[in-house]
Design a protein. Structure first.
Length: 262
């Protein structure tokens, strides 16, 4: 009887040891599998967020179209000449960055606003069916004041411009904020209009080129020699960007198209 008891105890011990060993191996296997899952890294493609530039590069077109809609800044005041205004410099940058020909169309006029020009010329942009559009209004709108009528008209019309371009073309859109000298007369107004521009950009998930990052505390970008400008048939001032200002606006737009889209 004693021998049987010892044998039973020995068998029981073997069973417990076997079960314990298997449980330990199962835990090790599970831990190993978990470790392997944890170590799996997302692909480079999954990490890459689309940008305006990457989307333009995907286009099957051999020639891309860029259309600028705006006021005197987009006209080019006061770059050295129209070949060095920011819209044309940006077009050259786009050609280099995309590796294909980019043409520029420009629907802009000195002294105009979203209300008295932009909304009535948005169809020109739509008819062109561009691949990229910059919409640059607010500087003259701000000069007209911040009363409820002016601000509401600006918001209504800029919103409509963006909505129409977005719904009736396949163009990527960049909104551009107001321009001012670093000690400009309408700084407080500009901030209000810039807030409205950024709110519309957020609504339609389009990026903003914030020009205050160029002119704020930087009087060098608005230093212009006074006198008649034969290139633009107008007297020069110290409000509009000079050539350095236009260079920096083009660089800012180049940076915007390489940022992840909203």
């Amino acid at each position: 009887m004693r021998k049987l008891t010892l044998l039973a105890s020995f068998v029981l011990l073997l069973c417990v040891t076997f079960l314990s060993f298997n449980h330990h191996k199962t835990k090790e296997t599970h831990h190993s599998e978990s470790a392997r899952v944890t170590k799996v890294k997302p692909s480079a493609e999954a990490k890459t967020m689309p940008t305006i530039l990457s989307e333009l590069k995907k286009s099957p077109k051999k020639t891309l179209k860029y259309h600028a809609l705006g006021d005197s800044l987009s006209v080019g005041l006061f770059s050295n000449d129209q070949t060095t205004r920011f819209t044309t410099l940006f077009t050259k940058d786009l050609t280099k960055l995309t590796g294909r020909q980019v043409t520029e169309a420009n629907t802009s006029m000195v002294g105009k606003t979203a209300t008295n020009f932009g909304i009535s010329h948005v169809q020109d942009v739509i008819n062109d069916q561009p691949d990229l559009v910059t919409i640059e209004f607010g500087t003259n709108d701000a000069a007209y004041g911040i009363d409820e009528t002016n601000v509401n008209n600006f918001v209504k019309n800029l919103d409509s411009i963006v909505q129409q371009v977005q719904s009736q073309t396949k163009a990527k859109i960049i909104l551009v904020t107001t321009w001012s000298p670093s000690n400009g007369k309408y700084l407080a107004n500009d901030q209000i209009y810039d807030q409205k521009i950024k709110a519309i950009a957020k609504k339609y998930h389009v990026p903003v080129a914030d020009l205050s990052t160029i002119w704020k505390n930087n009087p060098d970008v608005t230093k212009n020699s006074l006198g008649y400008d034969k290139n633009y048939a107008i007297l020069r001032d110290q409000f509009h960007p000079n050539q350095q200002g236009h260079d920096q606006i083009a660089k800012l737009l180049e940076k915007v198209i390489q940022q992840p889209e909203n």
